[in-house]
Design a protein around this ligand. Structure first.
Ligand code: EPU
Length: 342
């Protein structure tokens, strides 16, 4: 193996996934830039191994040991790099913690990321999932990213169109993006900032706080308070945020469901479809606060599955399958998991 690469063998991954599921990696490498990836490509003992790229491990369900190479993206660094079309460009390396990066921008008085406060994970993972919360998605504030292509060894710049963002989706989750490893991400944040308070819960929080002219930092702190009220802190209770995507159904299907369940939570989408609240569907099936073995449904938010202490990945898979079966039987709606299963 390459002499300059500090590969660790049989590395425990418990501390590197927010579900805190016990699993091990046969080979593990911390990566802070393209040089190490060049070396992995050049090493025949490493280049053919199955790969798992790890950021903050907050969108991951480990159901087994990783019999390959874990590339843990740890590159640090963040900077304001310039202005373009009335936007401030801010860049961070993939391994920067997401919330720390959001705070960095807010502390400089730069708005745009405040609705995405307190999301677990790293900067590099944000575009992969097109992470979103409170009416803002990564794609709304995205400028471009640098990715390393493991197939060719080239370093490529991708703009928003090339990333093919969708709801919790991007090119990186599809076969044609599987060889791309995000090295750094640049965000374009509006110099003329307006709060985005379209999400009712956040709008209400701003009203209740009696803020007449809220600053980006004010809004960020309110988002943090909402999240702390509803979502478990992964440092205290293992979890991976929303475990299922909110299902999208046709208007005919939505009308059928509203006929049967008048309280159904549904939101019209620009394309005429409707997004349903998976948390509501799961709650209606009586799962909130329940558990199967050591895997549970969070008592304040049914969309979040939690590790009650000693859960294995298989325990979580079993619980998720039971929930999917109940929601399908009662509502005829298929729930799709949000985290990546390994
Ligand atoms: N609801 C219930 N019972 C529950 C949970 C939710 O009835 O146990 C109802 C709520 O009352 C509300 C609706 O379901 O009417 C939606 O709930 P909420 O506003 O809490 O948001 P969500 O749809 O559950 C989504 C994202 C979150 C994001 C929030 C805020 C997905 C899969 N989840 O959750 O993202 O923080 O909106 O924007 O899109 C994540 O992806 O990990 C994540 C946390």
């Amino acid at each position: 193996m390459h002499p300059s690469l500090s590969i660790v063998h049989d590395q425990p991954l418990d501390a590197f996934n927010t579900f805190r599921i016990p699993a091990r990696a046969r080979h593990y490498l911390r990566v802070d830039g393209a040089q190490q990836l060049d070396a992995v490509r050049a090493d025949p003992a490493l280049s053919g191994l199955p790969r798992l790229v790890l950021g903050g491990g907050s969108n991951l369900l480990l159901t087994r040991d990783v019999d390959g190479l874990v590339l843990h993206m740890t590159g640090q660094g963040r900077a304001i790099i310039g202005e373009e079309n009335g936007k401030t460009l801010v860049r961070a390396q993939a391994g920067e913690g997401w919330h720390g990066f959001v705070r960095f921008t807010l502390e400089q008085g730069i708005g745009g990321l405040e609705n995405l406060s307190l999301i677990p994970g790293t900067v590099g993972a944000a575009p992969i999932q097109n992470v979103g919360a409170y009416g803002v998605e990564t794609r709304d504030v995205f400028h471009s990213l640098t990715a390393y292509d493991m197939a060719s060894g080239a370093v490529r710049t991708l703009d928003a169109a090339a990333c093919r963002f969708g709801y919790r989706d991007s090119i990186f989750k599809h076969p044609d993006g599987a060889d791309l490893i995000v090295l750094d991400v640049t965000f374009a944040l509006p110099a003329a900032w307006q709060p985005n308070l379209r999400y009712a819960e956040l709008g209400n929080a701003v009203q209740e706080a009696a803020l007449i002219a809220p600053t980006p930092n004010d809004v960020g702190l309110l988002v943090e308070a909402i999240r702390r009220r509803k979502l478990p802190d992964p440092r205290e209770i293992g979890n991976a945020g929303s475990f299922f995507k909110n299902p999208v159904v046709s208007s005919a299907e939505c009308a059928r469901l509203v006929g049967l369940f008048p309280n159904l939570v549904h939101h019209a989408q620009p394309d005429g479809t409707f997004k349903l609240a998976a948390g509501w569907l799961i709650d209606q099936c009586g799962w909130k606060g329940k558990h199967l073995g050591a895997a549970g449904v969070y008592h304040k938010q049914a969309l979040v599955l939690v590790n009650l202490g000693q859960a294995t990945g298989q325990d979580v898979v079993r619980l998720a399958a039971a929930i999917q079966a109940d929601v399908a039987a009662r509502f005829g709606v298929a729930l799709e998991p949000e985290p990546v299963f390994i």
